[in-house]
Design a protein around this ligand. Structure first.
Ligand code: FAD
Length: 428
């Protein structure tokens, strides 16, 4: 066990809390800072997919040909508020640069390293927090309207299978048998039995926070506003209520991490990639497992609070009000998936959250360039719930000075500032 230390974790989303719990289990004293409380950020309203098959980055060769069509479709999976374009330009530049076969292969291997052990990495945390009831192991069903649509993704699924991700192809009645509520128009599917599902990500964050407090940790409803640095180390974390001394610091503030990372010497292009959900609390449809409609790019999952439809990516200036038409669009697409929902009835709820997204879809995990005892753990984009527990293991190893359980080179926080890469204006 490492020498026990006072560790300050910035951010009480699932990533920060998983880091804090893992550090605590290693004997460290943890203080978690978050002005909003546990699980109120992107963690709150996502559909909880624990997805070992989410290994492809968003930037893939040919994506630039698909983007214009998506942007023109008001219900499409992507939207860019045009006034945000100048600020988004450096991020987009890195994004297009990442869309090469070599970069995709590199990102895929790195995402696989983080996601493949996800369920196993969660197990001790769930046991300690008494939260096993919030995670299910029933797989995911990827559904298609035609054999042609299914075939179009065959290469990507072959690659997943080569990496050991089990998948079964289904058609006709077998799809219906899996999910009787699904419209029979979806006659083709891939079942990924190794994927799991958290039925309440915010509830899970709250249980993690309770476990941390029970075991002697502290959660403070305060933002980190800066750092006291001396001799290449963080001595204290600045807050509106004074400086908190720290032997080590973990930065896990989700989409808000970039300005703090810059103070620690790393300019990371990080966008708040906004996603939405619409939820039917008293749904007549009871799903057996999450369903992803690949054409519509919508994820449907039975949550503790109702049937949740989640998806879409929207880039907008910070502070721009949510565009609730996107949540309405998800609801409309969701009703199309399940005939029993075609007659709108009862109440629905909606939510917008900000994925912390980097251009190459890889998180920034590693030692800060400007402080030997500060560690980044942010930028998990679409896989933050899935990757949280494994990130906790990595950070625990880094704080202890041990070799981390996976090679960290692809997640280097400094990778965007290296020769040939333009620095981002986002991290100012
Ligand atoms: C529509 C949608 C669907 C998604 N689906 C999935 C899915 O199925 N599976 C999956 O794995 N992921 C999914 N994601 C992604 C996932 O939600 C995120 O990757 C994950 O929640 C990120 O966790 P986090 O802890 O890094 O950030 P957050 O949950 O955003 O937590 C960051 C915390 O930091 C706090 N904070 C901010 N600034 C400061 C500061 N200065 N000081 C202290 N604290 C601060 C915030 O208040 C917040 O609580 C989805 C996201 C969206 C939007």
């Amino acid at each position: 066990m490492a020498e026990p230390r006072e560790v300050v974790v910035i951010g009480a989303g699932l990533v920060g809390l998983a880091c804090a719990m893992t550090l605590q289990a290693s004997g460290h004293t943890v203080t978690v800072l978050d002005p909003e409380g546990p699980g109120e950020g992107a963690t709150m309203g996502n559909p909880g997919g624990l997805s070992v098959s989410s290994i492809f980055p968003t930037a893939v060769p040919g994506i630039h040909r698909k983007v214009p069509g998506w942007l023109l479709d008001p219900l499409g999976p992507l939207s860019i508020r045009w006034r945000h374009l100048p600020a988004l330009a450096p991020w987009l530049w890195h994004f297009l640069r990442a869309a090469t076969p070599a970069q995709v292969e590199r990102a895929m291997r790195a995402l696989h390293a983080l996601t493949a052990p996800a369920l196993e990495a969660y197990a001790p945390l769930l046991a300690r927090a008494g939260a096993e009831d919030l995670v299910r192991h029933d797989g995911h069903l990827m559904v298609y309207r035609s054999a042609e649509a299914m075939r179009a993704e065959a290469g990507a699924w072959r690659r997943r299978a080569e990496l050991g991700i089990a998948v079964t192809e289904l058609s006709g009645g077998a799809v219906q048998e899996m999910e009787p509520a699904l419209d029979p128009a979806y006659g083709y599917a891939r079942l990924v039995p190794g994927n799991g599902h958290c039925t309440d990500p915010r509830g899970l964050a709250r249980r993690f926070a309770e476990a941390i407090a029970r075991d002697g940790g502290t959660l403070r409803l305060l933002p980190a506003t800066g750092f006291v640095l001396a001799d290449g180390r963080v001595r204290a974390v600045r807050t509106p209520e004074g400086d908190l001394p720290a032997d080590a610091v973990v930065l896990a503030a989700g989409a808000a991490s970039a300005p703090l990372a810059a103070l620690l010497g790393d300019r990371v292009p990080l966008e708040a990639e906004r996603g939405y959900h619409a939820e039917i609390p008293d749904s007549p449809v009871q799903l057996r497992r999450p369903v992803f409609a690949t054409g519509e790019k919508i994820f449907a999952a039975a949550m503790r609070s109702g049937l949740r439809f989640a998806g879409t990516a929207e880039f907008a200036r910070p502070g721009t009000p949510p565009d609730w038409r996107r949540a309405e669009g998800l609801l409309r697409l969701g009703r199309g998936l399940f005939p029993a929902l075609r007659e709108p009835s009862g109440k629905t709820t909606r939510w917008m959250g900000m994925r912390p997204s980097t251009p190459d879809s890889l998180p920034a995990i590693g030692q800060a360039s400007g402080a030997a005892n500060a560690f980044h753990a942010f930028g998990h984009g679409h896989i933050g719930v899935t990757g949280a527990a494994m990130t906790g293991r990595i950070i625990d190893a880094l704080v202890a000075g041990r070799t981390p359980p996976v090679p960290l080179e692809p997640y280097r926080p400094s990778r965007f500032a290296e020769p040939g890469c333009a620095a981002s204006s986002q991290a100012a």
